[in-house]
Write a protein that binds this ligand. Structure first.
Ligand SMILES: Cc1cc2nc3c(=O)[nH]c(=O)nc-3n(C[C@H](O)[C@H](O)[C@H](O)COP(=O)(O)OP(=O)(O)OC[C@H]3O[C@@H](n4cnc5c(N)ncnc54)[C@H](O)[C@@H]3O)c2cc1C
Length: 468
């Protein structure tokens, strides 16, 4: 049996034997065939079967439920979407407020389902802390971010500034410059959520086939090595693995994010650090860091990984020493008392980045294809919204979910922007990331002259502009 337990801390913590479900051994005729048993595929199956129990739905998975990003992520369940400011920019203030409320409600919707289905996934709605905690420029950029949120009609109940003293009531970092608190975020144990969801959809009558990679798909049918499936609807739900199902790889690039987890830390250490409510936290640099205190008192901390030439998937997530040490350095800047702590787990995964750097949920009724993805590292909550939205699109229900700017009803893949061909993608991605790393190193170095600091930030900001 493949070593699924070693995929992540989260899979390692499961107290189930991780036995594979049967693979797809015979041809099927379905109403809805879902490719991929991650959150997107399983949420779609869940909301479809809750509303239309008569539908014949199956999920076909290359490995096991939660093998992808859903069993590996940082466990931030956010009431946000990547690029929501750009997505909502064209709406009236009332529409925008309604869309924000819909997004902010995602963690509560997930809480309702896990309660109804008896899924214990360590859900704690402690909000999120964006900390200015490594260099003073972080305070200016966070304050600017907060102003931009208020300019979009959000208010103090949605996001509020924390002085260093107020920040310290929640998280105690070595160099506190202040931070932003937002309540609409929960932390979870990701693998427990995805595995629990898989069991919940099975109880609703969905069949899940594992160890059954789809080798070919098109409108109305798909193929595995052993069997053929005909289906009115095909839902490819493979986000970071889109290259395995051409032509989807043109629209979603696999990029990697990498995490480490410490050994469980003593209560005395957590009294120094805080994070007693299950808050998610990040330090506000372009390194895209994210952390949480796990239910068993570990620090789980991640940061952006990389992109491999020609969209090659990364399969080997035995992190190199440099990859582990970068993460140790970053969390050690926040919590110097953890600099030498033992790291027991390190891992990573592939996630899907759309060319617009914002998610999409689309439905091509003529071809019978429905798709949600491009979450860009913010997919734990977004995939719940995606599942609800795809279910309503397929069932042709008139709902508020469908009147959102990220929904493309009656549109096919051609509505998505394709990535540039190689080597442009690789060169572009690496140039942008290098500018981010250079900025971070310059700002973190207290000896850097003011003009160098300004220049590094300008270059990184200019490069970030290419991401929109
Ligand atoms: C390291 C990491 C940390 C992250 N942290 C966060 C976070 O804290 N908060 C947040 O909001 N988001 C986070 N994300 C992103 C989030 O986890 C993903 O956006 C989300 O899990 C995507 O779910 P999915 O179901 O669309 O895709 P996946 O979970 O990747 O599921 C896709 C499934 O498809 C299967 N598959 C692939 N190819 C085939 C094929 N040909 N045939 C059949 N099956 C196939 C895979 O095995 C996999 O099980 C993180 C991602 C990573 C990688």
């Amino acid at each position: 049996m493949p070593a699924w337990r070693s995929i992540s801390l989260w899979m390692d913590q499961l107290d189930e034997p991780l036995l594979p479900r049967p693979s797809l051994a015979q041809d099927l005729d379905l109403d809805v065939a879902i490719i991929g048993a991650g959150y997107t595929g399983l949420w779609t199956a869940y909301y479809l079967k809750r509303q239309a129990p008569q539908l014949n739905v199956a999920v076909i998975e290359a490995q096991t439920a939660g093998f992808g990003a859903s069993g590996r992520n940082g466990g931030w369940l956010m009431g946000n979407l990547l690029g929501e400011d750009r997505l909502l920019a064209g709406l009236s203030p009332e529409q925008r407020r309604a869309s924000f409320d819909l997004l902010h409600g995602i963690p509560d919707e997930v809480a309702n389902v896990i309660e109804r289905e008896g899924i214990d996934c360590d859900y704690r709605k402690g909000g999120v802390l964006y900390c200015a905690a490594r260099y003073p420029e972080q305070e200016a950029s966070l304050r600017q971010y907060l102003d931009s949120l208020y300019a979009q009609g959000l208010n103090q109940d949605d996001y509020r500034w924390l002085s260093p003293e107020q920040l310290a009531q929640q998280i105690r970092v070595a160099k506190p410059y202040g931070g932003i608190y937002a309540p609409h975020c929960a932390t979870i144990q990701p693998a427990k959520l995805v595995r629990g969801l898989a069991r919940a959809v099975e109880r609703l009558g969905v069949r899940i086939y594992e160890n059954s990679p789809v080798t070919h798909w098109q409108s109305g049918s798909l193929q595995t090595r052993q069997a053929a499936v005909r289906s009115r609807w095909i839902v490819p739900a493979v986000e970071g693995y889109s290259v395995t199902l051409p032509p989807l790889g043109r629209y979603q690039l696999p990029v990697q994010s990498l995490l480490v987890a410490t050994e469980p830390l003593p209560e005395s250490t957590w009294e120094e650090i805080g994070l007693s409510q299950g808050q998610a936290f990040s330090e506000s640099s372009r390194q895209v860091t994210y952390g949480q205190r796990s239910m068993d008192n570990r620090l789980v901390f991640g940061a952006r990984g990389g992109y491999q030439f020609a969209s090659q998937l990364r399969h080997d997530f035995d992190l190199t020493r440099d990859e582990v040490e970068l993460r140790r350095y970053l969390f050690g800047e926040l919590f110097p008392q953890l600099k030498n702590v033992r790291i027991t787990h390190s891992w990573g995964g592939n996630l899907g980045m759309s060319r617009h750097f914002k998610p999409h949920m689309l439905c091509d009724r003529r071809k019978g294809i429905a798709l949600s993805g491009g979450y860009g590292g913010e997919g734990v909550g977004a995939s719940n919204l995606g599942g609800r939205t795809l279910a309503d699109l397929i069932l042709q229900r008139d709902s508020q979910l469908l009147r959102q700017p990220w929904v493309l009803p009656e549109r096919g893949l051609e509505a998505l922007r394709a990535w540039e061909p190689e080597p442009c993608r690789w060169l572009g991605y690496n140039a942008i990331i290098r500018s981010f790393v250079h900025e971070d190193q310059t700002l973190a170095n207290t000896a850097s002259a003011p003009w160098r600091r300004r220049m590094a930030s300008r270059i990184a900001g200019f490069m970030e502009g290419f991401m929109h």
